[in-house]
Design a protein around this ligand. Structure first.
Ligand SMILES: Cc1ncc(COP(=O)(O)O)c(C=O)c1O
Length: 483
């Protein structure tokens, strides 16, 4: 049997030798980042990228020196990604990431704790619980408030609505996890606005209720749920003999950033016995700013809240949390397993698998805690102000262009806009041509049937002075298409 060449240095060891080897490897990775372009993306198209990527032999018979591999990654992969730090990378809720988070993630990979059971993640479990308690506290929950980290806003919403379904079943004496949906489930409904994220529908589909169980509540011109429409929908459900099992409020819709009237929704959820879930994937970080937290009034009455750290908290993917007002609710989902979560562990050993839809899971709380502590709340709040200022400046700039208008004043980091005569196809061409040339990664969406373009400002270090050029680029591209 032949000995592998790098056997003793292929794995991280926490001794001096291992740390030195890791530092060298990380230095090679950091060097390779010199290939990241100083533009929103390279101008290579799918076939060209495919040719570059498929030329990389994935697992050669004999291994290649890591410095060489890192260099290839630099020139092929990091050179051809999108660049979320770039001022013209403005399509999605896709943030540049904090240095402290990136660096902490190295240790997360090196030490590889797994969040499913306490015996695989003793202190990491305590860090995740500490972070969830911090969120619960800032949301205004009582001492029973806690949560669990998930892979994203979609997963958090699905988990929140899964809890809502389990609570609805428990209220009629059914353990839905054990025996499946009872006949009454045919009448169960979830209410959310016409601007809510599609993951609400996905949850209904996955939970056996079907997408048709989601009752769509109309929104006002700003994109926030219309409370009188919610009242009508609840009355209508009552008349049809249907039961509202959950009302989903959105704190920051994906396009307009609209914040639903959470206090009004909370009242109605309570009166109708429905679970109140808030999807705060977009505007959840407003809890860190005394100015903006006020806009989330009512969130303290939620049963569950989605927080998405990999949006306006500037964290690397993946990092999200589902925060609940009463941690005991997680027991509704718990499945015991003989090897992982037996329930006979020593006092205080929490197995987070009992709260999660995942089993093995990365230690995502580490980077969040390390970076928030490094940044501090005041700077965090200043970053929020900065991205909102960019959105406001862009809205003003768009409105100043003859024929152009914003669909609604910005509520968060997004600006949705169009030109009065622009067709959907023209807007598509503007967005696709700028993307293909690597000049701008611009958003494109549709609000209540109205096609539109979208800027999403995620980089708080971009100067407001950079905004006019972005607007002019878009305006000039439409002109060029029409020429
Ligand atoms: C309001 C809202 N909720 C949920 C999500 C889904 O989040 P994720 O992409 O982290 O799954 C998004 C994504 O943009 C969103 O805007």
């Amino acid at each position: 049997m032949t000995e592998p060449e790098h056997a003793d240095s292929a794995f991280f060891t926490p001794d001096q030798h291992g740390r030195a080897a890791l530092l060298e490897a990380v230095a090679a990775v950091v060097t390779s980042l010199e290939h990241v372009p100083d533009r929103p993306r390279s101008s290579l198209l799918p076939a060209e990228l495919q040719a570059l990527v498929t030329a990389i032999e994935i697992c050669p018979e004999n291994g290649v020196d890591f410095a060489e591999v890192a260099a290839i990654f630099g020139s092929v992969v990091w050179a051809n990604g999108v660049v979320p730090t770039d001022p013209a990378c403005v399509a999605h809720l896709h943030p540049p990431t904090l240095l402290a988070s990136i660096a902490t993630d190295v240790a997360v990979s090196a030490t590889n704790q797994s969040m499913d059971s306490w015996d695989q993640a003793p202190v990491a479990t305590e860090v995740e619980l500490h972070l969830c308690a911090f969120l619960a506290n800032r949301l205004g929950f009582g001492p029973a408030g806690t949560g669990v980290m998930t892979s994203g806003g979609t997963a958090s919403n699905v988990l929140g609505i899964t809890l809502a379904r389990a609570a609805a079943a428990a209220a009629i004496g059914v353990d839905v996890g054990a025996t499946g949906l009872p006949p009454e489930a045919a009448t169960w409904r979830i209410l959310s606005s016409d601007q809510a994220h599609f993951s609400v529908q996905r949850a209904a589909a996955q939970l056996g209720l079907g997408r048709s169980a989601v009752e769509i509540v109309p929104t006002d011109a700003a994109g926030a749920m219309d409370l009188s429409a919610l009242d009508r929908a609840l009355r209508d459900l009552d008349e049809r003999g249907c039961r509202p099992i959950a009302i989903v409020g959105t704190a920051g819709t994906t396009d307009l950033g609209a914040i639903d009237p959470l206090d009004g929704i909370a009242e109605r959820a309570k009166a109708s016995g429905a679970w109140f879930h808030v999807d705060a994937a977009v505007a959840g970080s407003f809890i860190m700013s005394p100015v903006h937290a006020e806009r989330l009034r009512g969130i303290a009455s939620a049963d569950s809240v989605t927080i998405d750290f990999h949006k306006l908290w500037w964290q690397p993917f993946n990092a999200s949390a589902l925060v609940v007002a009463d941690g005991a609710r997680f027991d509704l989902l718990r499945v015991r397993s003989s090897y992982l979560d037996r329930g006979d562990e020593l006092e205080g050993m929490v197995n987070l698998v009992g709260r999660s839809l995942d089993t093995s899971r990365r230690f995502d709380a580490a980077k969040v805690v390390a970076s928030l502590r490094t940044l501090g709340r005041r700077q965090f709040a200043a970053y929020l102000d900065a991205v909102l200022a960019l959105a406001n400046a862009a809205a003003d700039q768009v409105a100043a262009q003859p024929g152009w208008r914003v669909l609604a004043p910005p509520n968060a980091a997004m600006v949705v806009f169009t030109e009065e005569d622009a067709t959907a196809d023209e807007l598509r061409m503007v967005q696709q041509r700028l993307l293909a040339r690597g000049e701008m990664v611009l958003g494109r969406t549709e609000i209540k049937g109205q096609p539109a373009l979208k800027f999403t400002f995620m980089n708080p270090t971009v100067e407001v002075d950079a905004v006019p050029a972005l607007v002019e680029t878009v305006v000039a591209e439409l002109r060029a298409i029409r020429r």
